[in-house]
Design a protein around this ligand. Structure first.
Ligand SMILES: [Zn+2]
Length: 294
């Protein structure tokens, strides 16, 4: 028996490119659905003998393409997916597994995840991989925004006479939202108030899922194995606050109210290790073979 829809699904014709800094999704050049010849529907006869249009399985490609193009993912993440994430230590392997589980377990109980750790460990890579998978596998509407961009969009909106609620609504209403580089910036009272409003609204809505990445850790001064990549989403607040000397820690940057909200909403995933990006990787992972040219 023929199962045309399954055939279509198994050979995705969607290609992703970096177009002027934005992720652009489209159909592979020359792709034409063999089932509907590109019409997007087939004609079938219903039980009364009338001809009726039935959406073709390939219409799902167009819906996914639209979701990908509307997600606001930066173009540099065109090739980003779980398969291209190369963990270099246990915390990164665990983070990868938790990110994949996040997609598998996605459902009403899932509220969010927060990836924290030094720059260059692939936090954004994992967050982007998650939303791409949610779009491709489940056709879920996702939105990606850089924290700095989010604040600047809101500021920009003021000059267009939009109400504060209207400005933050796109971020409150997105079913799945990635806030990249949380707590980066000047961290003014206004910034905190905006963030509080967005996070509280998302928290109170029954069906919003929020992913965060941040370079700010909850307790970088300590290397407590019990809080590393903890699936509990809980850290010892009193201990975190004990070290007032470091103003870069997440609880202090966000303030107790937002931070406490995050611990309720999110599974905290802490990444450790060294920057995996090429300039550092070459240095730390050089193999003797490289000596050949010398
Ligand atoms: Zn088709």
């Amino acid at each position: 028996m023929n199962h045309p829809q399954a055939e279509i699904k198994n050979s995705s014709p969607i290609v992703l490119n970096n177009l002027d800094g934005r992720l652009h999704a489209g159909l592979k050049e020359g792709f034409e659905c063999e089932v509907c010849a590109g019409l997007g529907h087939t004609i079938e006869e219903d039980e009364r003998g009338y001809s009726t249009q039935v959406p073709c399985g390939c219409a799902g490609f167009m819906r996914r393409i639209k979701l990908l193009n509307d997600a606001g993912i930066p173009g540099k993440f065109a090739d980003t997916q779980f398969q291209t994430y190369k963990p270099f230590d246990d915390s990164q392997s665990l983070a990868l597994r938790m990110a994949k589980d996040f997609v598998t377990d996605f459902g009403p109980e899932v509220k969010g995840v927060l990836f924290m750790g030094q720059p260059g460990l692939g936090k954004t890579h994992l967050a982007v991989s998650i939303i791409k998978a949610l779009i491709m596998d489940r056709e879920i509407e996702c939105k990606f925004v850089d924290f700095f961009q989010l604040l600047s969009d809101i500021r920009h909106g003021y000059s267009n006479d939009l109400s504060e609620q209207a400005l933050i609504n796109p971020y409150v209403n997105a079913p799945v939202l990635v806030i990249d580089e949380l707590a980066k910036g000047r961290n003014t009272e206004w910034e905190q108030a905006m963030l509080d409003q967005i996070i509280t609204s998302r928290y109170n809505a029954a069906d919003r899922v929020t992913l965060f990445t941040t370079n700010h850790e909850d307790n970088p001064a300590e290397a407590d194995p019990n809080t590393t990549a903890s699936s509990e989403g809980r850290v010892n607040l009193s201990r975190s606050y004990a070290d007032k000397a470091s103003p870069t820690r997440l609880p202090e940057r966000l303030g107790p109210r937002i931070y406490s909200r995050l611990t309720e909403m999110c599974r905290f995933v802490k990444l450790e290790g060294e920057d995996y990006r090429p300039n550092v990787v070459v240095h730390t992972r050089a193999k003797p073979r490289l000596k050949h040219s010398a």
